[in-house]
Each structure stands twice: as C-alpha cells, then as structure tokens.
Design a binder for this molecule. Structure first.
Ligand SMILES: Cc1cc2nc3c(=O)[nH]c(=O)nc-3n(C[C@H](O)[C@H](O)[C@H](O)COP(=O)(O)OP(=O)(O)OC[C@H]3O[C@@H](n4cnc5c(N)ncnc54)[C@H](O)[C@@H]3O)c2cc1C
Length: 244
C-alpha cells in the first residue's frame, strides 16, 4: 500500500480566453457586435494589455457573468475521497470521478494527513488500520466473488476509508473558479482542499492573469476577514473593525 501525492494537471481551457472574455464584456457596453469584433481580436488588432486592463477593471466592479464563457478543465490524482466529497459540493462545475464500483481497491493508495505523519505513534496506528482495511477488502471481495456476487467491488468498496486515493477530472468556468478560490484558498478551509485550490490557482494565474492575478481567499479582495472572530486566521482585521 503506497502513499499518494497530489498531482494537478491543467488539461485544457477555452481557446483565446482573454479575447473571449474581453469580447463578452465589450458586448455589454459597446453599440457594435461582438461577432464583428472577434476576427479583429484574433488578428491582434487590439493589444493584450489593453484587453487585460479592461477585463480586470470591469470584473472588479462586480460585473462577473462575462467570465463564465471561459472554462478550465483539470485532472487530479493523489487526492483523498475526503477531499472529493468537499469538492463536489461546488455545484457549478462538471465532474468525472474514478469509480470504486469498477476499479479494484485491493491495493488502494492513501493520503496521509501531515499532522498524523508528524506523530510516529499516530502514523503507525493509521497505517496499521489501512493495512487491515486493505486485507478486509480483499477477503470480502473474494467471498463475494466465490459466492456469485454480481459485482464484488461494488459492495467491497463500502470498507474503503476516506483516506483512499481517488482521481477526478473537473471543469469549472472562471466565475465558479473565483468562488472556489474565495472559499478554499482561505486558511479556514481544510488543509488538503486548500493545497489543491492554491495549485489550481497557480495554473489559472499563469493562463489568464487578467482574471486570476488577484484571485484567492475573499479577504484579499475585501481587505477584511469575513469569517468572524471564532474562525479568523488573523491575517486581516474582522469586518466590524475594518468597516468602522
Ligand atoms: C470552510 C468551509 C466549511 C464548510 N463546512 C461545511 C459543513 O460543515 N457542512 C456542509 O454541508 N458544507 C460545508 N461547506 C460547504 C459549503 O457550504 C458549500 O456547499 C461549498 O463551499 C460549495 O460552495 P458554493 O455553494 O458557493 O458553490 P457552488 O455550488 O458552485 O455554487 C456557486 C454559487 O452559486 C450560487 N448557488 C448555487 N446553487 C444555489 C442554490 N441552490 N440556491 C441559491 N444560490 C445557489 C451561490 O451563490 C453559490 O455561492 C463548507 C465550506 C467551507 C469553505
């Protein structure tokens, strides 16, 4: 049984993302037709800096729907089922996840929380438990197979832990990504999904800085912490102090 490590690959994004968002924003404020503007944008008639400045400024006013026209697709591995259970709560997205009904879990890889890894006794106990689960999975699957179960993996998977690694492909448009980063780059988010969010944000920033350069936890945009006294990490003042 092997420990899994996080891997985030940007598979694709909508072609010409900056010009596409620019054209969508311009359509809202310009008497002309985006369909006529588009070939000129592709031909390079308007420099990218001017497009980026317009997009960044208009987006900062709160007008966000034009960024929905661009989507990013990521492939993730080395993430736990605990992570994907949180991830798929983000409804404005599309997901395709490795199935435990069809993919054998006999030698599942696992995600080890760093806090557990730091305490040798806790780490040993954790790994012993995973080894027991792996053995139970194999035994139960074999019993189901020898007793004519139609899909042994489908039922044996009930034994698998939240630490079990999974793989998933996800697509989100930029507006949904901005919302995802606001919630999941925050120190209050759980460590594994926070690490994932920062990796994804780095890839988005490289591809489309006009939208993602200033993305991240909501405090970075607001200038105060919306989490309240109980949950704040202290990096920014609380809303009531900042808005006094
Ligand atoms: C720190 C943290 C702790 C959390 N703890 C818990 C917890 O203990 N229990 C739990 O169940 N969840 C928990 N969540 C999950 C959280 O409640 C959201 O389900 C999750 O973050 C998805 O966010 P979202 O709804 O903004 O995203 P999406 O589903 O992608 O939605 C994006 C936006 O679309 C709008 N929207 C989408 N659907 C609707 C709708 N039906 N009605 C109105 N507006 C809609 C909202 O504006 C929403 O922000 C936690 C999340 C975080 C970040």
């Amino acid at each position: 049984m092997e420990q899994a490590t996080l891997r985030v690959e940007l598979l694709a994004h909508t072609p010409n993302p900056l010009s596409l968002v620019y054209a969508a924003f311009r359509q809202c404020y310009h008497a002309g037709f985006a369909g006529d503007m588009w070939p000129k944008l592709l031909a390079g008639d308007l420099d990218r800096e001017t497009q980026a400045a317009f997009v960044t400024e208009t987006l900062s006013s709160g007008h966000a729907s034009p960024v929905e026209h661009v989507s990013f697709t990521f492939a993730l591995e080395g993430v736990s089922r605990a992570l994907t259970h949180q991830l798929v709560r983000h409804r404005i997205a599309s997901y395709s996840q490795q199935s435990q009904r069809y993919v054998d879990g006999s030698d599942f890889r696992y995600v080890l929380p760093p806090a557990i890894a730091r305490i040798p006794e806790a780490r040993d106990r954790f790994l012993r438990c995973l080894a027991d689960i792996g053995a139970a999975y194999r035994e139960v699957k074999e019993l189901l197979e020898t007793n004519g179960g139609s899909n042994a993996r489908e039922d044996a998977r009930f034994l698998l832990p939240q630490a079990a690694e999974t793989r998933i492909v996800l697509t989100m448009n930029c507006r949904s990504l901005l919302n995802f980063f606001e919630h999941r780059c925050c120190m209050r988010a759980q460590w594994e999904i926070r690490a994932l969010a920062w990796e994804m944000l780095g890839l988005c920033r490289a591809a489309l800085p006009a939208i993602f350069a200033v993305a991240g936890p909501s405090c970075e945009r607001l200038g105060f912490c919306p989490e309240g006294k109980r949950f704040t990490c202290g990096k920014y003042p609380l809303a009531e102090a900042a808005l006094k």
